[in-house]
Design a protein. Structure first.
Length: 403
């Protein structure tokens, strides 16, 4: 358990909120007041700030103490909803909350419902009828481009089905009557048709309660597997089901063209750990990748083995420079590194020979389980002869037993 003193917490908050930087048009800017959209602390900061203002306004005002506002007031991050008898009453509530801000930075944009029309709030639009009854239905902003997970995208069918079902589930939850429900379902139909889903209404089905109960009680371990084709995904699921293996496969998509061709920071280039490749010991013997890369699956080739290619495959969360340096030290002095596979290879095959190795990055992933899975796949496919024979089984057991 890590215990942090209050003074240290204050220092951390000041560093986080007072050092918000962003780039625009290849120039670096410092946000002096507040934090910009997309900054990680922004949502919790907005919640804390508005909650404090509400506690210092709505819950100390004599009128709202006698008439609990919790029954009619709700807020999601910085979007608030309030049911009032008159416009003046609604404006008074907004003024109370904004007035509790010591810096006077809170400004509310208030939308009032027009007669016979709906008022939007998050993904729902609401209308109060002449009889006082509340009607609601599914809502999407007019500027929304209607882009969601496309049916032709490189994801498993189960993922696409879950996305479509969730849209219909939301449409049903936000609709109060038959007329509103049909409007909501048509909105979802339009969205899914635009993204390649044919006859999308077939996804409008509720999950079986028995199936849900079975899934909750099943103590299966979740394993992330790279998605290739639907045929391979079905074979894996059928194999797990037939063998009754306590594993729940989750198929992750491959790299998209956007991730490979586009970058939000195109002018940032990873450099050598030493700052200069000509001074680095690892860069000249690395054929693919750079020594500053972290979270890599790598391959080591012994260049002294001329008749039979000798390779080793491993992974590390550190930089390639740190891990490759360890292998070089082990190959140079094997007796001091008895547990290093490269060191033992040089002790058995090339005693007294200067280390002559080549490094190559096979994959890059910051998640431990994904990296372990990639390492296991590369060991199985490439068959490196320096790796221990039981190493593949040990990696598989680690992946399955990892919570």
């Amino acid at each position: 358990i890590i215990i942090i003193q209050i003074s240290y917490k204050k220092d951390l908050l000041e560093v986080g909120f007072m050092n918000a930087f962003f780039t625009f048009n290849r120039r670096l800017y410092w946000q002096i007041q507040g934090v910009f959209m997309g900054y990680c602390p922004s949502p919790p900061a907005a919640i804390i700030r508005l909650s404090t203002c509400e506690m210092n306004s709505l819950y100390v005002d004599a009128h709202y103490i006698g008439n609990p506002v919790l029954e009619v007031y709700s807020r999601y991050v910085d979007d608030g909803g309030f049911v009032a008898k008159t416009k003046e009453e609604a404006l008074r509530v907004c003024a109370l909350i904004a007035g509790a801000d010591a810096d006077n930075n809170i400004k509310w944009d208030v939308d009032f419902p027009e007669e016979g029309k709906y008022t939007a709030f998050l993904d729902t639009e609401i209308r109060i009828g002449d009889d006082g009854e509340v009607h609601s239905r599914y809502y999407r902003k007019p500027m929304n481009k209607g882009i969601t997970l496309h049916y032709q995208s490189h994801h498993s069918v189960s993922t696409k089905t879950a996305v479509a079902r969730n849209y219909y589930k939301t449409a049903r939850q936000t609709s109060t009557g038959e007329q509103q429900l049909e409007h909501s379902l048509n909105k979802v139909d339009e969205l899914l048709n635009k993204n390649g889903y044919k006859t999308p209404r077939r996804y409008d089905k509720c999950h079986n309660k028995v199936e849900k109960t079975a899934r909750r009680t099943n103590e299966a371990v979740t394993v992330c597997i790279p998605y290739t084709t639907e045929y391979d995904a079905n074979r894996i699921k059928n194999h797990i089901k037939s063998r009754k293996i306590p594993v729940k496969p989750v198929f992750t998509p491959g790299k998209s063209l956007k991730s490979m061709l586009c970058s939000s920071r195109p002018y940032d280039k990873s450099c050598c750990t030493m700052g200069n490749p000509t001074l680095c010991r690892i860069c000249p013997i690395t054929t693919k990748g750079n020594c500053n890369a972290k979270g890599v699956v790598y391959e080591v080739t012994c260049l002294e083995c001329t008749y039979v290619k000798s390779t080793y495959i491993g992974e590390t969360s550190r930089t390639l420079h740190s891990r490759a340096s360890e292998h070089l030290r082990a190959a140079t002095n094997p007796t001091k590194h008895p547990h290093n596979a490269i060191g033992q290879h040089y002790a058995d095959k090339h005693p007294g020979v200067v280390a002559n190795l080549n490094f190559r990055v096979l994959d890059n992933n910051t998640r431990v389980l994904d990296r372990k899975a990639s390492e296991a796949i590369n060991i199985y496919v490439r068959g490196p002869n320096i790796n221990d024979k039981n190493e593949l089984d040990q990696i598989v057991r680690y992946i399955v037993k990892k919570p």
